[in-house]
Design a binder for this molecule. Structure first.
Ligand code: ADP
Ligand code: MG
Length: 245
């Protein structure tokens, strides 16, 4: 049996009076790939932002690789080092070159030498097939290229977990494929645990172990992709699919 990498136990979160996560329970094994789907506003982003401590939750437990996420700064730092995140908008530093963007984390957080950081950065730029753009600035790249840089930047930190929040939804349609291909390759070749908020069914069917369907702050069902996209178990899942298909 693989070990549990991420565990959420009865997690609740409020924004003011608004109950955004309701008794969320989730258990993700090491190396497992989950797709999180559900209507806009259902709490998907909030859920994954809680897992790396970008948002705090009020009750329940979140445990990542054995470390409890709480107000202890040491725990938070430890979890952030293990968990990489890729956002809808790439969040690259515009005034730094692609290479410099990738070297920042290894130099400042992992305390690598400049030479080692450079080698790590180039290795992952090659991995996402963009090494020839290393000396450009993010603004000189297409959206699809920038998102691949953002993925490479996360990989430079050797994360155990990668969280993706709608990584292709801000891209022009012709660029979606190149980003999904990188993610599929990552999913198939690495033991990294992946949680990916996306409505890309092809991606889910290729790589996901299961689809976690959220609605109104709750996990409504967790179903294998081939089943979720043909016959979701819940009525709410069926209604949602009817809208996105
Ligand atoms: P999703 O990613 O599924 O679209 P979110 O997690 O972004 O959903 O948001 C869930 C709900 O919480 C939405 O109703 C949203 O308006 C609300 N929300 C998100 N962030 C905040 C915030 N910082 N303050 C108050 N409400 C928020
Ligand atoms: Mg969202």
């Amino acid at each position: 049996m693989s070990k549990i990498m991420i565990e959420l136990k009865d997690v609740n979160k409020w924004y003011g009076d608004f109950h955004v996560l309701k008794n969320v329970n989730l258990s993700v094994k090491e190396g497992e790939k989950l797709v999180i789907s559900g209507p806009s506003g259902s709490g998907k982003s909030t859920l994954i932002r809680c897992i790396n401590g970008l948002e705090s939750h009020q009750t329940g437990d979140i445990i990542v690789d054995g470390t409890v996420l709480n107000n202890n700064v040491k725990h938070l730092e430890s979890i952030r080092q293990k968990v990489g995140m890729v956002f809808q908008h790439f969040n690259l530093f515009p005034h730094l070159s692609v290479l410099e963007n990738l070297m920042l984390g290894p130099v400042w957080v992992l305390k690598k030498s400049k030479k080692d950081a450079h080698d790590i950065a180039m290795k992952y730029l090659e991995r996402v097939q963009i090494a020839d753009q290393a000396h450009k600035f993010p603004g000189q790249l297409s959206g699809g290229q920038q998102q691949r840089v953002a993925i490479a930047r996360s990989l430079c930190m050797s994360p155990k977990v990668m969280l993706f929040d709608e990584p292709t939804s801000a891209l022009d349609p012709e660029m979606v494929k190149e980003v999904l291909e990188v993610m599929v390759e990552l999913a198939e070749k690495e033991r990294i645990t992946m949680l990916c908020v996306t409505h890309e069914m092809g991606f889910a069917q290729k790589v996901a172990d299961s689809v976690v369907f959220m609605d109104q702050g709750m996990i409504v069902e967790q179903t294998p992709p081939e089943e979720f996209f043909t016959k979701p178990r819940t009525e709410r899942g069926q209604q949602f699919l009817a809208q996105i298909l």
